[in-house]
Design a protein around this ligand. Structure first.
Ligand SMILES: [Zn+2]
Length: 313
């Protein structure tokens, strides 16, 4: 039976697994990383971990079809361009580096795209031909499946949904432009708003430091300032989703990521209401807005889905 290697690269750890097309894993392992590691060192450590898992699980080398990897973006094809956490690895080419060490074909996608493929194959998007996964965490990203296959764009960067500009006079984002969705509706944006408006909020003013979760807690407790922050973020996100609905006419929009997953149901309802209000009625009538299903498994299952879908093509 065919086996696949899945590698999920994060800021502080790298998860590695050997899995099957069905989505199940025979073995997994987590590697704590140090961004001071050289590029060769990180590639060597991943290869060592894969080899160790191969021997532990008793998989034969000939059964391994492909390695799929999900990486923080942005990427230029399989190469890391720049990230907030991984400066020393800039320029690292995952594909050539791992293919030569493991003698396996390698496919690379950014983490949001990988998680989207994971939800499509193994989670909330199963059975659809057109679905879009949207992740809301510290940033905002998307993975697009159109006409039954991944839509990756010319350099693999399609789905940079968080950087769609909603208001050119809005706050600046780390990518250097103003008023993008991420600068208004991400966890980072919610925290920043909470910090700025802390003195006016009866709920937040009692706290020493304001985190994203505190603003949600204040919102649930009925604090007017927190409510305004969360409702505006939800409305902006919903407006953004309406663009995706009108552009792609998807069957499902899957909402995931740490912020969206842990937010109260009223937040998600507000997002859904805005998305359907501002998209064309014919499109809104056929799209279902659903929560992501894979949760903490989304990274590794996404990387597995990258390998499985690339092998099918
Ligand atoms: Zn931006």
């Amino acid at each position: 039976m065919r086996k696949y290697v899945a590698v999920d690269v994060g800021g502080t750890k790298i998860a590695v697994g050997i899995g099957e097309e069905s989505g199940g894993f025979l073995g997994t392992s987590v590697l704590s990383t140090d961004t001071a590691w050289s590029q060769d060192k990180v590639l060597d450590h991943i290869a060592e971990t894969v080899n160790q898992l191969v021997s532990e699980t008793g998989v034969e080398r000939g059964q391994l079809m492909r390695l799929g990897l999900g990486s923080p973006g942005p990427l230029d094809g399989p190469r890391l361009l720049e990230t907030s956490n991984l400066h020393s690895w800039m320029g690292l080419n995952w594909e050539t580096g791992l293919a030569s060490r493991l003698n396996l074909p390698v496919s690379v996608q950014n983490d949001a795209t990988a998680a989207g493929l994971g939800e499509w194959l193994y989670g909330a998007g199963r059975g659809t031909e057109n679905c879009i996964y949207v992740t809301v965490s510290t940033g905002i990203g998307a993975g697009i499946v159109a006409s039954g296959r991944l839509y990756a764009g010319s350099r693999g960067n399609a789905g940079e949904f968080g950087h769609i500009v909603m208001d050119p006079s809005g706050p600046e984002c780390p990518a250097g432009h103003k008023g993008c969705l991420e600068s208004m509706a991400s966890g980072t944006a919610i925290r920043r708003q909470g910090q700025a408006k802390q003195p006016q909020s009866a709920y937040l003013t009692r706290l020493e430091a304001v985190e994203t979760k505190d603003v949600f807690d204040g919102y649930e407790a009925g604090d007017a300032v927190c409510r305004a922050i969360i409702e505006e973020a939800a409305d902006r996100l919903g407006l953004g989703l309406s663009y995706l609905i009108d552009l792609f006419n998807p069957e499902k929009i899957i909402l995931g990521g740490g912020v969206a997953t842990h937010a109260p149901a009223t937040y998600r309802e507000r997002v859904w209401n805005a998305a359907t209000l501002w998209s064309l009625k014919t499109m809104a009538a056929v799209v279902e807005l659903v929560p992501a299903q894979l949760g903490g498994d989304s990274g590794l299952k996404g990387a597995l889905a990258v390998a499985v879908t690339a092998h099918r093509e």
